[in-house]
Design a protein around this ligand. Structure first.
Ligand code: SAH
Ligand code: SF4
Ligand code: F3S
Length: 472
């Protein structure tokens, strides 16, 4: 299985920093799925720290194990169930252990999860984390506890997240929660609820705090960042005349102004909503990175319509053209689903054609996985055989790899400013970091430190990595 597919299916497991305090309750937390889930785990860690919980990297010494889960594809849920199996074995040896399922699977399966997964004590949806201390108390009193209420307001704006990423250089800031788009294949609107934006002042305050703590890059997160709006309703009317309104482009500017040393990234942009105003703002501030993740999902208009994406391929190509007109060196990436309901060979060839036209630097590629409750599950038949879905996926992966390699080769000889993020997993003798365009670069350490900006000349590449040497 290819690296891209493999990684997308596994999600990221994250561990909290360790503590040696013997007296307090110990929490072990693992996260799967998207960056938003990872960011939520930082909120959960903060809420429980206030309750006196310390954290551990070793689940065998934990009093409480939380798994923050993802439902986006069936495989994501299977991965979580396998992990739960291991934690439940531990509980058999240590009956006082509390096991909690948080996040999207909790929201999707609700109390049925308690029936399906015996020995799970706690099921908590993404908008109910403030209730965790209370729910934990119930569990310690011998009950099992569920809170999967979704909220129209909750943004956890006032909670200062405990940073779980190990590098101390890059961090996530959630700017919106939920999604109102209802793409027909997607479970997110059901697991995360209605879209809402977070107070811009709390976002800027969080960015400032990160800078004070030595962070050098923030990624503003939302399922559709372009629909961020503060004090403006969906019809474009001002809600409270006494306070300023904020669009996503304006928010970008506010965060960019926090410090010229702080890089600003964002994800995810939606092709139907991405405005030129945002592109101009990116061009105006050097510290807003020249990189846009713009998922298209399919190169076929027929499929896009069925997917309820509300844009066409032509619209998408126009957006790409505007990106390059306003930000000539912009890095671009996308998401693709192969084998969606009724996808013909011709529809699939349209996706291949799109990849011939647009050379993405990065692509996250999946085969379609039917999700309960979604529009597609209710209205369409999941009728592309699994081997066909996988063959089409492999074809897209192959063309993308060739494109990415071609794009990377064009960077050889160029000099980029790179923010040093840490050591590559496979070679502790080197440092790795990214360029503004989101190219991943590895280079010799040469007495440098994490969090420094340095100029790197690219000398070689593969389809996923640029290799460089330091020039200043
Ligand atoms: N908000 C983002 C996507 C979030 S989900 C957007 O609108 O683009 C991340 C990616 O998972 C999606 O872009 C899509 O490519 C993939 N995905 C979502 N549901 C899926 C499903 N049912 N089967 C396969 N892939 C899916
Ligand atoms: Fe899902 Fe579509 Fe919302 Fe993205 S925009 S989270 S794909 S419903
Ligand atoms: Fe997964 Fe939920 Fe994110 S379904 S992709 S963790 S919003």
């Amino acid at each position: 299985m290819s690296k891209e597919i493999d990684e997308s299916l596994q999600g990221t497991a994250t561990l909290l920093a360790s503590s040696d305090n013997e007296d307090t309750k110990k929490l072990y937390l693992e996260s799967y799925g998207c960056a938003m889930n990872f960011s939520d785990s930082e909120v959960v860690a903060s809420i429980l720290k206030k309750e006196g919980y310390t954290t551990t990297r070793d689940f065998e010494e934990a009093d409480v194990v939380f798994v923050n889960t993802c439902s986006i594809r069936d495989k994501a849920e299977q991965t979580v169930r396998q992990r739960l199996h291991i934690f439940k074995k531990q509980k058999r040896q240590k009956p006082g252990l509390v096991i909690g399922v948080l996040g999207c699977m909790a929201e999707r399966l609700k109390d049925s999860l308690l029936e399906e997964e015996k020995l799970v004590d706690l099921v908590v949806g993404p908008d109910a984390y403030r209730d965790l201390p209370n729910l934990l108390e119930n569990v310690q009193g011998g009950q099992r506890a569920v809170n999967v209420l979704l909220s129209r307001e909750e943004t956890y704006a006032d909670i200062s997240p405990i940073r779980l990423s190990e590098n101390g250089v890059t961090a996530f800031i959630s700017i919106t929660r939920g999604c109102d788009n209802m793409c027909s294949f997607c479970v997110v609107p059901f697991t995360r609820g209605r879209e809402r934006s977070r107070n811009p002042l709390s976002i800027v305050a969080e960015a400032r705090e990160l800078v004070e703590n030595g962070y050098k890059e923030v990624t503003l997160l939302g399922q559709n960042v372009d629909s961020y709006r503060w004090n403006i309703n969906k019809k474009g009317e001002i809600e409270n005349p006494a306070i300023p309104t904020t669009s996503f482009a304006e928010l970008l500017e506010m965060v960019a102004k926090v410090s010229p040393e702080l890089r600003v990234r964002f994800s995810t942009s939606h092709p139907k909503d991405m405005t030129d105003e945002v592109l101009h703002m990116m061009a105006k501030y050097k510290n807003i990175c020249n990189y846009i993740h713009l998922p298209i999902q399919s190169g076929s208009n027929e499929m896009l319509k069925k997917m309820n994406r509300n844009h066409t391929v032509e619209w998408y190509l126009n957006r790409i053209q505007r990106i390059f007109e306003i930000i000539p060196d912009c890095g671009i990436s996308t998401d693709i689903i192969t084998g969606f309901c009724d996808e013909t060979e011709e529809n699939h060839q349209d996706t291949i054609k799109l990849f011939e036209q647009v050379k993405f630097n990065l692509a996250y590629m999946y085969f379609y996985s039917e999700r309960p409750k979604t529009l597609a599950e209710r209205k369409f038949e999941d009728n592309v055989p699994i081997d066909v879905k996988k063959r089409r996926l492999n074809e897209v992966v192959t063309i993308h790899r060739n494109n990415a390699l071609e794009q990377n080769k064009k960077q050889v000889g160029k000099v980029f400013e790179v923010l040093i993020e840490g050591e590559p997993k496979k070679n502790k003798e080197q440092f790795s970091g990214r360029t503004s365009e989101n190219f991943y670069v590895v280079f010799p350490k040469e007495g440098l430190s994490k969090g420094e900006y340095i100029n790197v000349k690219i000398t070689d590449c593969s389809s996923a990595t640029l290799i460089g040497e330091i020039v200043s």
